[in-house]
Design a protein around this ligand. Sequence first.
Ligand SMILES: [Zn+2]
Ligand SMILES: [Zn+2]
Ligand SMILES: [Zn+2]
Length: 344
Amino acid sequence: MKLTEEPHRRLNPLTREWVLVSPHRALRPWQGETEKLPPEAQPRYDPSCYLCPGNRRAGGVHNPDYGGTFVFNNDFAALKPDTSRERLDIGGRGLVVAEGEPGICRVICFSPRHDLTLSTMELTDVEGVVRTWTQQFQELGALPEIGHVQIFENRGAMMGASNPHPHSQVWATSSLPEAPAKEFASQTEYSHAHGSCLLCDYTKLELEQEIRIVCENDSFVALVPFWAVWPFEILICSRRHCSTLLELTVQEQSGLASILKQVSSTYDRVFEVPFPYSMGLHQAPTDEAAHPEWHFHAHFYPPLLRSAKVRKFMVGFEMLGTPQRDITAETAAERLRSLCTRAE
Ligand SMILES: [Zn+2]
Ligand SMILES: [Zn+2]
Ligand SMILES: [Zn+2]
């Protein structure tokens, strides 16, 4: 089978879901960007922003005059810590089932500067973000009612981010959410079957093949996974096997900050706009048990397809059948890699 020409489907071994790839539809040469958006300049400080230092948030709380990162409990939290874990099964046949979900939602501002992003912040300040994520993971993960801590960033209005001020969120839940639950099952089974780690083995294979690597440093590797669904999707894996932020050395924390900055600034060069995306860290569950089979990694899911305005939609066959893509992961990686090197 020719992966560059024939329609085929690729397996995501982490979620065990398939993606349909139609490379023949993308054989036409790259058209380049067709539409550009005017750069939207943000002020360093926005008096109407509820995340800027000193400003008033909903409910009347004033932000402190913070200088680095700033963490607070979300004023409109989707989860509440005092929720009961009661289970309902109306009719008793497992058809109408609900469970109480205790949890905590926090906002983590990256910087007091309203106009910066991970891509434009100084490396030392991104390192500060990684340290704050580590503290939050440690604090929330240690709570008895918290079984999983999800740290993520939604960037850009296209991804539903309500505010351009650079920030991420942390949602700590008692149950393991869907995406990490699938990855947890696959990683556990793989380690039982092969006596090794799924993502250690996969990263090794990718480093040998090279074609899907975007960039790398001493501690982390960024690649377009073979099974990528989103046009410019990226998976970042730690080189050394570790399961959470808590296991990173100071040098690895810096390596993570550096590759996050590098990937996000590469994205900004694809269509010469601040690239929208959802990014998140996937770490081992924080229940009582140890989970050595979990490999620490991060996902970037950006929606843009052909220009600053043309995004990918998951509709039709993708909604009812399986996700599909035209540009192959290899083509996307080649384009990202060339933009990544140009920056150095
Ligand atoms: Zn702001
Ligand atoms: Zn591993
Ligand atoms: Zn994952």
